[in-house]
Design a protein around this ligand. Structure first.
Ligand SMILES: Cc1cc2nc3c(=O)[nH]c(=O)nc-3n(C[C@H](O)[C@H](O)[C@H](O)COP(=O)(O)OP(=O)(O)OC[C@H]3O[C@@H](n4cnc5c(N)ncnc54)[C@H](O)[C@@H]3O)c2cc1C
Length: 492
């Protein structure tokens, strides 16, 4: 199949997602003779690796999530469209996105899908009510509210039993996110909050890291795993291995140990960092292509050139792709997106046919996790090290990949305040941050009525076709009307 320019003559690339894959793919096309439309359901490029620092009051949202529109301001061949992609028509080559009931159909010649992954509760989605994950800005702010709110409630609790429950923090999953979060909650209670309450001593807080497998940081190997475990334990974090969380409710978690016995941990504040599930667009793409499959986590088993079967113009990159040996990390997304952009550029320049593409090759630059201030573990090839040097390497790398000079400078200042002093610059928390997710879920429910309330609050008009657009052919391009309430608009 060839990818011929249509419309005004320029090749149209649609990129879905503004994470590492989406942003780096778009930026790599900066000098190409293409029109790029980046569609994302979030307004920002989120640097997920530092979310836990937002959750624990070190950084503000702005430092780790610049507006994508501003990041791409100078890229004249790129435009940004806010909306959740609900449909990809591989035959008509069009992407349907929805923003508060307004449907937009964007035609493409090439497509890069980088919608990442979300939290997985392994079929127990009801756990999310009591144990939020940490994937989005909202998650991090909700967690900050829940963590700080627990200390506040403990201060006014009437019984010791209640105080103990409020001062017990359970982090489920001892991967990098769980380790980083547990370490930071421990530092928050021991250093930052120490001496700031009258009725409680925040240092009495218990931080429990529960892991179903037999090791901390399993994928990083036993040496670094034990190093991280020892460091966490020296900070007072209780580590429970081979312990499966089988239930979560408002007041605690139920844990099943290796010997089959179950027990309860009473805890008000729980965090889920135990698994990931790919974006549902992966399954949709696989079902619509000619035989592409998804793996157990819903990731698309892509061809060697990161496309789906029968559609060499549709690339799937980042956490949504399943490629042996490529971890769900920022580097996988950046390298995959850069590769896809290169193929598109080469084909437009007439230098290559899809059939001649060299397979994608992943270059493993290593992985790292920070445990506390001045301590991290780091793996680069066969080299494994931990401690202060690893922590410095972690600092440098994260600063390097943070988008924007302003973000970097402010982040350095916040790190100085936190790591050298005892304070933290971002300790605000509001009731809305804690309850908004559940309140929105309650309002939306399954009913159109709930959606109407939210849409009305946002100043949207009632559903119906947009003025000047024929519902029969909203795109003017022969593409069928999307089966969604709200008006339809054509882009591109
Ligand atoms: C807490 C945490 C810590 C991490 N720490 C590290 C680390 O230290 N080092 C490391 O290398 N990696 C780390 N990772 C992993 C890394 O962040 C991911 O591998 C990387 O973000 C994947 O990039 P992506 O572009 O595939 O997806 P994402 O960055 O998740 O971006 C997905 C984008 O798609 C958008 N989107 C999703 N669905 C739709 C839709 N239907 N319509 C429109 N837009 C949509 C989202 O809004 C988002 O903009 C961490 C991840 C998390 C959650």
């Amino acid at each position: 199949m060839s990818t011929q320019p249509v419309g005004n003559g320029r090749h149209r690339v649609v990129v879905i997602g503004s994470g590492f894959g989406g942003l780096f793919g778009t930026k790599h096309l900066k000098r190409a003779d293409v029109e790029v439309t980046l569609i994302s359901k979030s307004t920002t490029h989120l640097f997920q690796p530092l979310l836990y620092q937002v959750a624990t009051g070190i950084l503000s949202v702005g430092e780790i999530a610049p507006a994508t529109r501003l990041v791409l301001r100078k890229q004249k061949n790129a435009r940004v469209l806010l909306g959740e992609v609900t449909d990809i028509d591989l035959e008509q080559r069009a992407v349907t996105s929805v923003l508060l009931g307004e449907t937009t159909v964007t035609p493409y010649d090439s497509l890069i899908v980088a919608t990442g992954a979300q939290q997985s509760y392994f079929g127990n989605d009801q756990f999310a009510t009591f144990a939020p994950g940490m994937k989005t800005i909202d998650d991090a702010l909700e967690l900050r509210g829940r963590i700080l709110g627990s200390f506040e409630q403990a201060e006014v609790a009437r019984t010791q039993e209640e105080r103990d429950r409020l001062l017990t923090f359970v982090v489920v999953g001892a991967g990098p996110t769980g380790v980083e979060l547990a370490g930071q909650i421990a530092e928050l209670s021991d250093r930052t909050l120490e001496g700031t309450f009258h009725n409680i001593d925040p240092r009495d807080a218990r931080v429990i890291l529960v892991e179903g497998a037999g090791a901390v940081l399993g994928p990083m190997g036993p040496k670094l795993g034990s190093k991280a475990q020892r460091r966490l334990e020296s900070m007072g974090v209780e580590i429970q291995l081979n312990a499966l969380v089988t239930d979560v409710d408002a007041h605690g978690v139920t844990v099943k140990d290796q010997d089959g016995t179950t027990r309860r941990i009473e805890s008000s504040c729980k965090v889920w960092s135990a698994g990931v599930q790919a974006s549902p667009l992966g399954k949709m793409l696989a079902e619509r292509s000619d035989g592409t499959e998804v793996d157990r986590a819903g990731r698309v088993v892509v061809e060697p050139d990161l496309t789906i079967k029968g559609h060499p113009n549709v690339f799937v990159v980042g956490d949504l792709m399943s490629v042996p040996g490529v971890p769900g990390q920022a580097q996988g997304a950046i390298q995959g997106a850069t590769y896809a952009a290169k193929q598109i550029k080469a084909e437009i320049a007439g230098k290559q046919n899809p059939a001649d593409r060299r397979p994608f090759k992943y270059f493993n630059k290593g992985s790292m996790a920070t445990i506390s201030r001045f301590s991290a573990v780091c793996q680069v090839g066969k080299l494994e090290f931990g401690g202060f040097i690893a922590w410095l390497a972690w600092l440098a790398l994260h600063l390097y990949y943070l988008v924007g000079y302003r973000s970097r400078i402010i982040t350095i200042i916040q790190w100085f305040v936190t790591f050298l002093g005892r304070s933290r610059g971002q300790m605000a928390a509001t009731e809305q941050w804690i309850f908004a997710r559940l309140a929105l879920e309650a309002v939306y429910g399954d009913s159109e009525e709930g959606e109407e309330i939210v849409r009305g609050a946002a100043g949207r008009r009632p559903p119906g076709p947009a003025p000047g657009v024929s519902p029969a052919d909203p795109t003017g391009n022969g593409i069928a009307a999307a089966d969604k309430p709200g008006g339809n608009r054509k882009v591109g």
